[in-house]
Design a protein. Structure first.
Length: 181
């Protein structure tokens, strides 16, 4: 698989995961979502789901099975977030390793092309999902207000390296904005 195929998300969502709508899920024939946690669902320094995130999960739940897969090792933090959302989870996934994502797919009992890997990182979430043949969705990171004024160095580095490798961080399909909902 070429770098372009490994790093290219199927969909780049402008804004946070909260902009992913049931209409988008249905449009792409998705039946499940594997969700990264840190900076995809909650800022890295936050240990609980926001009311907006809880509302989003309830809005999405009728349309897609949900599973959290995080590289984070904190059972207290990731488990607490997952329990507050009533969503099963795996932690310590070591993405771009596929093992825990594959286990989530097996638990969902869905083919990989009907499940999206949703995350804020190219070199972990997008690569892992693409390696499994999943639909991949890149979202903008949700950043804690204490670090919001600083740049996002890891994400910026990933985009820079991707461009050097000849990858265009543009969607294979269409970029969605709030106006498309």
């Amino acid at each position: 698989m070429s770098w372009n195929n490994l790093l290219q998300p199927n969909l780049i969502l402008e804004g946070s995961v909260l902009n992913l709508t049931p209409d988008m899920i249905q449009k792409y024939g998705l039946k499940g979502l594997v969700l990264d946690v840190d900076e995809t669902l909650v800022p890295i320094r936050v240990a609980s789901a926001s009311p907006e995130l809880q509302q989003w999960v309830e809005q999405i739940r009728p349309y897609a099975k949900l599973w959290l897969v995080s590289n984070n090792l904190s059972e207290a933090r990731i488990g607490g977030i997952a329990r507050s959302l009533n969503v099963p989870y795996f932690l310590g996934a070591a993405k771009p390793s596929r093992r825990k994502i594959w286990e989530a797919l097996q638990a969902m009992n869905l083919p990989e092309h009907q499940v999206a890997m949703v995350g804020d990182r190219l070199f972990t979430d997008v690569i892992a999902g693409n390696r499994l043949g999943m639909f991949t969705i890149l979202v903008e990171p949700i950043i804690h207000p204490d670090v919001a004024l600083r740049s996002h160095p890891i994400r910026n580095f990933e985009v820079w390296v991707s461009e050097i490798l000849g990858v265009s961080i543009t969607p294979k399909t269409k970029r969605f904005t709030k106006l498309d909902k």
